[in-house]
Design a protein around this ligand. Structure first.
Ligand code: TYM
Length: 334
C-alpha cells in the first residue's frame, strides 16, 4: 500500500440504502478514496443484531457490493471486503470487550432506539455492536472514518477504547478521527423532518431509496412535507424546506446560498420538482450500473475475495500485536 493515511468505513448490508446513506457516507467515500489508503467494508456481522432472513441477507450483501462499485469505489485501488471474511474482526472485538463496560454500551443512543424498536429481540449483539465497530476501525490503524452524524457516538467510544488499551499496554492503536460532512450528515425523513431518514421507516414516502426510479423519486418529493409559509430559505423554523435545500445542494453540487438564490420567488411545487430531478439524475445511472453489476456474481465474488486477502494481511498484523501485548503466547507453526 502507498504511504498514505488509512481511511476505513463500513455500511450494513441490511436492505436497500437510502439517499441518507449516500449523502452521509457513500458520496464522501468516493470523494476521499484517492487521498487515503481506503478500506470499505460490508458490515455483514453487524446486521445480525436485528433478525435477518438468510436468503435476503445473502442478496443484500451482493447488492451492497455492487452499489459500492456503482457509486465509484474502485476495487483495484481501494479495499472492498466483507467483515465476516476476516475473522480478526470478531477476535479483536472479544479483546476490546474486556476493557469496555456495560454502562458505556447501554447509554448509546442507537442501542436505546433499537431496543425500543425491537423490544422482542434485545440481544447481546445489539448492545455489543459498537465494540465490533471499534474493532473494525482499530484493526487497520485507521486515521479517518467518514460517517453520518448518527455514528459519531460510536466513534467516540472507539477512540476511548483505543486510548484505554494504549494506556494499559503501551502504544498499539492509532486514534481515529471522524469525518462528518457539514451538510448531509443527517438527512431527514421527507414525511417528518424532525426524524432521521431511515430505510426501516414504515412509510415508504419518508425516504428515497437508491433503488427508486425517476418517477418514484419525483412523486415522493412532490409529497414531501413542507410548511404553510412559502419562502425557500434554510432555517431551523423550516425543517422540511431546509432538508430539501440540503438534499438539492448536495445532488446539484451547489451551496445552500446558491440554492436559496436560485429558488427565490419560486413556488414549493416547482422547487420540489427541481429537487426530485436533481436527485434522480444522480441516482438513476447508479441504479442501472448496480443492476448491471448484479448480473455478474462471479465478478462480485472476485472483488470480495481480493479485498478479503488484502484486508486480512493488515488486520492480522494488528491482531498479532494485540495478542502479544496482552500476554498471549504466539502459536508455533510445526
Ligand atoms: P449504517 O449501515 O446504519 O449506515 C451507513 C452510513 O450511512 C450513514 N447514514 C446517514 N447519513 C446521513 N443521513 C442519514 N439519514 C443517514 N442514515 C445513515 C451512517 O451514519 C453511516 O455512516 N455501524 C455502522 C456501520 C459500521 C461502521 C463500522 C461505520 C460498522 N463498522 C466502522 C464506520 C466504521 C452502521 O450501522 O451504519
Amino acid at each position: 500500500m502507498e504511504d498514505k493515511k488509512v481511511l476505513f468505513s463500513a455500511i450494513q448490508p441490511s436492505g436497500i440504502l437510502t439517499i441518507g446513506n449516500y449523502l452521509g457516507a457513500l458520496k464522501n467515500f468516493k470523494k476521499l478514496q484517492n487521498d487515503y489508503n481506503s478500506i470499505f467494508s460490508l458490515a455483514d456481522l453487524h446486521t445480525l443484531t436485528v433478525s435477518q432472513d438468510p436468503a435476503t441477507l445473502r442478496k443484500n450483501i451482493y447488492e451492497l457490493t455492487a452499489l459500492y462499485i456503482a457509486c465509484g469505489l474502485d476495487p483495484e485501488q481501494s479495499i472492498i471486503f466483507a467483515q465476516s471474511h476476516v475473522s480478526a474482526h470478531t477476535e479483536l472485538a472479544w479483546v476490546l470487550n474486556t476493557i469496555c463496560y456495560p454502562g458505556e454500551l447501554s447509554r448509546m443512543t442507537q442501542f436505546k432506539d433499537k431496543s425500543r424498536k425491537h423490544e422482542d429481540n434485545i440481544n447481546m449483539g445489539l448492545m455489543d455492536y459498537p465494540v465490533l465497530m471499534a474493532s473494525d476501525i482499530l484493526l487497520y490503524q485507521t486515521e479517518l472514518v467518514p460517517i453520518g452524524a448518527d455514528q459519531k457516538q460510536h466513534l467516540e467510544l472507539t477512540r476511548d477504547l483505543a486510548i484505554r488499551f494504549n494506556n494499559k499496554y503501551s502504544e498499539t492503536f492509532k486514534i481515529p478521527e471522524p469525518y462528518v460532512a457539514k451538510t448531509g450528515a443527517r438527512v431527514m425523513s421527507l414525511q417528518d423532518p424532525t426524524r432521521k431518514m431511515s430505510k426501516s421507516d414504515e412509510n415508504i414516502n419518508a425516504f428515497i431509496s437508491m433503488d427508486d426510479d425517476t418517477d418514484t423519486i419525483i412523486r415522493k418529493f412532490k409529497r414531501a412535507v413542507t410548511d404553510s409559509d412559502n419562502r425557500i430559505i434554510f432555517s431551523s423554523e423550516k425543517p422540511g424546506i431546509s432538508n430539501l435545500l440540503t438534499i438539492y445542494s448536495l445532488f446539484a453540487n451547489k451551496t445552500i446560498e446558491e440554492a436559496e438564490k436560485e429558488f427565490e420567488g419560486a413556488g414549493y411545487g416547482d422547487f420540489k420538482l427541481k429537487v426530485g430531478e436533481a436527485v434522480a439524475s444522480v441516482i438513476e445511472p447508479i441504479r442501472l450500473e448496480k443492476n448491471k453489476l448484479l448480473q455478474n456474481k462471479d465478478y462480485l465474488d472476485e472483488v470480495l475475495a481480493n479485498g478479503a486477502n488484502k484486508a486480512e494481511r493488515l488486520a492480522y498484523k494488528t491482531l498479532a500485536k494485540v495478542y502479544r501485548k496482552i500476554g498471549l503466547v504466539p502459536r508455533k507453526r510445526i
